[in-house]
Every structure is written in structure tokens, then in C-alpha cells.
Design a protein around this ligand. Sequence first.
Ligand code: SF4
Ligand code: FES
Length: 250
Amino acid sequence: MSSMDITLEVWRQDGPNTPGRFETIEAKGISEHASFLEMLDVVNDRLLAEGKRPISFDHDCREGICGMCGVMINGEAHGPVRGTTTCQLHMREFSMRGVKHIVIEPWRAAAFPVVQDLVVDRSAFDRVIEAGGYISVKTGQAPDAHAMLVKKNDADRAFQAATCIGCGACVASCPNGSAALFVGAKITHLGLLPQGQPERDARVQSMVAQMDAEGFGACTSHQECEATCPKGIPISVIARMNADFRRALA
Ligand code: SF4
Ligand code: FES
């Protein structure tokens, strides 16, 4: 098994109200086949053995599902591989590219304050969902598959939008700190399906209002969000959110 020696520059911040700084940490003998988070696990075991505080980072599923694990890696949200969450990234991607120096930072966005080191508070997303990202009509039993027809194209687009895992990479990579891709994905997912129609107008108005209240910036079509989204959510969901918003005000 090949191993690699890398130099990490990691953002260390003791708490939300303390100043942060970069700390240089040598990570030697890391397996190329380790995931990025496994590399951090190895580094943390060594820090603990030396009596130092380990690096705080968020994670849960470690298989690209939960959206917990995002960090900026050499200036790119989730690192250099497209369509990949931080937990799905492997160290061989760095050795293949000849990269031996890795800068790791938390998401940088006013609406995502740093909790500690690489951990940020993304509860602003939860409050946007609470504002309307659900269907509250009584749906009863699961209907027969052919009882409520949904166009194939709509079903495909709704499913694609539903793959958003709420990781926040779109916000972190946007120069405005905009959450338009995330909110657009939720509005598109529900707004394309029959069950989402009764609350469609109220949903878009309250979710957009909450998005603004949380301090996310406006979308000015930089498209960085689409480029870094690990689930390939297209910016067309933002256009749909804007169209739904105009429809709701009409
Ligand atoms: S739209 Fe993409 S980048 Fe943004 S939260 Fe959802 S999955 Fe993450
Ligand atoms: S830990 Fe769940 S998506 Fe990365």
C-alpha cells in the first residue's frame, strides 16, 4: 500500500467568539487509499497521543448522504473532485495531482458562523426548511402508482432536486454567500409534484423571506454553486424559484 507525506494547514479556532489561525501539521505515512476524513482521523489520533486538542470537523454517514462533512480544501468546496463530498474524497486524488500541501478551512459565510475549527453552524438551513420546505396536507395511504400521474420529465427534475443533501457548499463557494441553489432545490422538488401544489405560493414566499432573514446574500449568477455542488443540482432551480416567487406575488 502506498503512503504519502503531506503538510496540512488547518484552520484552528477554539470557539465562536475567539480569533482563528492556521496551524501547520505534518501528516506523514498517510495511506493513499484513506479517505480525506480517515486522514483527519489519523492526524487526530496523533494529536491526542501528544496531549493536544484534536481538529474538530463534522461528519456522520461518510457516504455522501447526510451533508454534514463539507470543508474548503485548497480553496475548493469539498476539494478538487467534482460530484464528490468531502467524505467521499480519497487521498490518492492528491497524490495523483502531485499535491503535498493541503489548506483546510471551514465554510466561510456570514450565515454559517464557525463553532470550532472546521465545524460551522448550519442551522440557518434548518430554519429555512421549517419556514416551508415540507408538505402539510394529509396524504393518507400510499396511492397506487398509476392513480396520480406525474410527467416523466417533472418526476426526473423533482428527483434530481431532491438529491440536495443540504451540505452548504453552494453557500460557501458563492462570493455573495447566497443560499439560492439550496432553497431553489427544495422549492423545485416540492413544486413539481402534485402534492406540493396546495402550499406552493405560501412556501416560496416564506422560504425566500427566511433565507433573506438569515443573512444569505443575493444570487448574481456567478454559478460557482453549480460547479461545486456534490449532487449536481443545476442553477435552473434558481430560475424556477424566482419564477415561483413572481407567480406567488401576482
Ligand atoms: S444545492 Fe448542492 S451544494 Fe447546495 S446544499 Fe444542496 S447539495 Fe449542497
Ligand atoms: S459525512 Fe455524510 S455526506 Fe459526508
